[in-house]
Design a binder for this molecule. Structure first.
Ligand code: SF4
Length: 365
């Protein structure tokens, strides 16, 4: 590979093809940090709306450091992997207290922040501070597994080290940030899962293209087994309000809100699960009175089927005791949009809002 030519061709292509993303207009450290954390596991185009809402609400480190976790999670709702948002809140406190609200330029100091790993530190150091620090994520690994025609597993430490060293050697002193973003852009737009080699600015430098091994690069791990989970949940309605609870800090999705429910045990019907879970979680006797819908969704290696029911009190009324939640209570259905829910429960709310059977429940009057 001709390194100088590779860098020149990549940057020329980037100058002509870069997407106009809001954090690129003024790449200051806070904005770069927010965008990079949001873009992990999420496509850039989808990040834009979240980024703009975030910057309007928390325009700088001090504003974020003062924020309530509840508000942060609500703004994050739908991006998933909520520990990223919680870590940003923790990092903002560190930055406000230890760095007077000014983002440090030292890569080691950036790396020491909660939730900031090797990749994010490299991205911030190069994009915001122009330092020749490599930022190697899955996109960049894929590009170089092909450009270098690497036949070792792409997620191995050895591959990561080879790619990081290659990126470092190619980075131009005067355009480190553009080089980082150009690689990300190439991986997202051209050298993607289904590469468009005919449109590639560095095709002349690509060893996999020459060796006709593009379809075998990168070398991916054998996919792990998925686990199927059957769950049931109930929306308890009483006097025009619905019961929700806030999940425990050590639970999956800590701090998010939900309707009580849980896994269907052997021999149970979904309706029996809802009644049992309500008794265990909030000490209320409820009966499912209407089948709302059945939703399927995936998170990490799990494939979830969630049976959803409308519930009433079996005995007419009752006071919840929150055994498996931080807090909870009955809220007007119109207010549910002010709480952050995991994706399955958020989809349930959206489904109910769109279903004429529940029009009265969600009407303002
Ligand atoms: S030629 Fe194809 S495989 Fe090689 S870097 Fe370009 S898009 Fe990727």
């Amino acid at each position: 590979m001709d390194g100088i030519l590779f860098t020149q061709q990549l940057l020329d292509w980037y100058d002509a093809n870069r997407r106009d993303l809001p954090w690129r207009r003024a790449p200051e450290p806070y904005a770069v940090w927010v965008s990079e954390i949001m873009a992990q596991q999420t496509q850039m185009d989808r990040v834009v709306g979240y980024f703009e809402r975030w910057m309007e609400r928390f325009p700088d480190i001090h504003a974020l450091a003062r924020a309530h976790e509840e508000d942060v999670l609500k703004l994050w709702e739908g991006l998933g992997y909520y520990s990223r948002a919680r870590n940003m809140l923790k990092a903002a406190s560190v930055l406000a207290v230890d760095h007077d609200g000014v983002f440090p330029s030292d890569p080691a100091a950036i790396r020491s922040l909660p939730g900031v790993g090797e990749y994010t530190a490299g991205a911030i150091a190069s994009i915001a501070f122009g330092l020749p620090e490599p930022a190697v994520d899955a996109n960049v690994l894929r590009v170089f597994a092909r450009v270098l025609d690497l036949d070792q597993p792409v997620r191995s430490g050895e591959t990561r080290a080879v790619v990081a060293e290659t990126v470092r050697s190619l980075m131009p002193d005067d355009r480190a940030g553009d080089f980082t973003q150009a690689l990300m852009e190439l991986g997202a737009l051209v050298c993607s899962k289904n590469p468009r080699c005919g449109d590639c600015p560095v095709s002349g430098q690509c060893a996999a293209l020459s060796a006709d091994t593009v379809s075998r690069r990168p070398v991916l791990p054998v996919p792990g087994k998925t686990t199927r989970i059957n769950m049931a949940t109930g929306v308890l309605v009483h006097e025009g309000r619905v019961l929700i609870q806030k999940r425990l800090p050590d639970d999956v999705w800590p701090g998010l809100w939900e309707f009580p429910g849980g896994g269907i045990e052997q021999g149970e019907t979904p309706e029996q699960t809802v009644a049992r879970e309500y008794m265990e979680e909030v000490e209320l006797a409820v009966e499912p009175v209407e089948d709302i819908t059945t939703l399927t969704y995936a998170y990490t290696r799990y494939r979830v089927t969630m049976h959803c029911f409308l519930c009433r009190f079996a005995d007419g009324s009752g006071e919840p005791v929150f055994n498996e939640a931080v807090t909870g209570g009955f809220v007007p259905p119109q207010d549910l949009s002010g709480y952050a829910f995991p994706s399955g429960h958020r989809r349930l709310i959206q489904f109910m809002k769109a279903d004429s059977r529940f029009a009265d429940l969600f009407s303002d009057s």
